[in-house]
Design a protein. Structure first.
Length: 173
């Protein structure tokens, strides 16, 4: 069965190849003998302005438009619908004194400096709150002073059971 399929394919391929070459040659000889342009072959000939993506070097600007994108229609004439005729209008300049709010007072400074964010409990920066962070907190347990600020979770100035409770509440492994 496989041999028959292979034989059919081998006999069909040359016939299809011959038919393709024959039709292509006929179209080429018709164009050459009649001098007629074949629109859609990518070659500008006869009365064609363009053919497919071949615009013969023309642009919207070379056709007298301001700008835009030139393309080719199916009948091999220019499609100028993407071309623009004039630049967009520029807005008028503002009139002096209109729309300007004078600054009477300088900007206000905050009355109290912002407080630093509260510590999260992730003292070693690994993205988790676990035994390592508890160990760091217990090292500072019972201590006071400015060096404990990063570990004082409730900001009361001392490391105590409240800070341990907060750490355990935020526990993530």
């Amino acid at each position: 069965m496989r041999n028959i399929c292979a034989l059919i394919i081998l006999l069909t391929l040359p016939i299809l190849l011959f038919a393709f070459i024959y039709v292509s040659a006929q179209e080429a000889s018709q164009e050459a003998s009649t001098g007629e342009a074949v629109c859609g072959d990518g070659i500008i000939s006869g009365n064609e302005q363009c053919d497919g993506t071949n615009l013969d070097g023309q642009t919207c600007q070379s056709l007298g438009y301001y700008g835009g994108t030139l393309s080719c229609k199916a009948d091999c004439t220019f499609n100028t619908s993407g071309c623009t005729t004039a630049p967009p209008p520029t807005p008028p300049p503002p009139r002096p004194g209109v729309g300007i709010i004078p600054r009477i007072f300088p900007p206000l400074e905050p009355l109290f400096p912002p407080k630093p964010p509260l510590p999260t409990g992730d003292f070693n920066g690994d993205g988790l709150i676990n035994f390592r962070d508890l160990s760091i907190l217990l090292y500072w347990f019972g201590k006071t002073g400015p060096e404990i600020i990063p570990y004082d979770l409730n900001q009361d100035g001392k490391i105590n059971y409240v800070d341990v409770s907060i750490l355990l509440y935020r526990w993530k492994e």
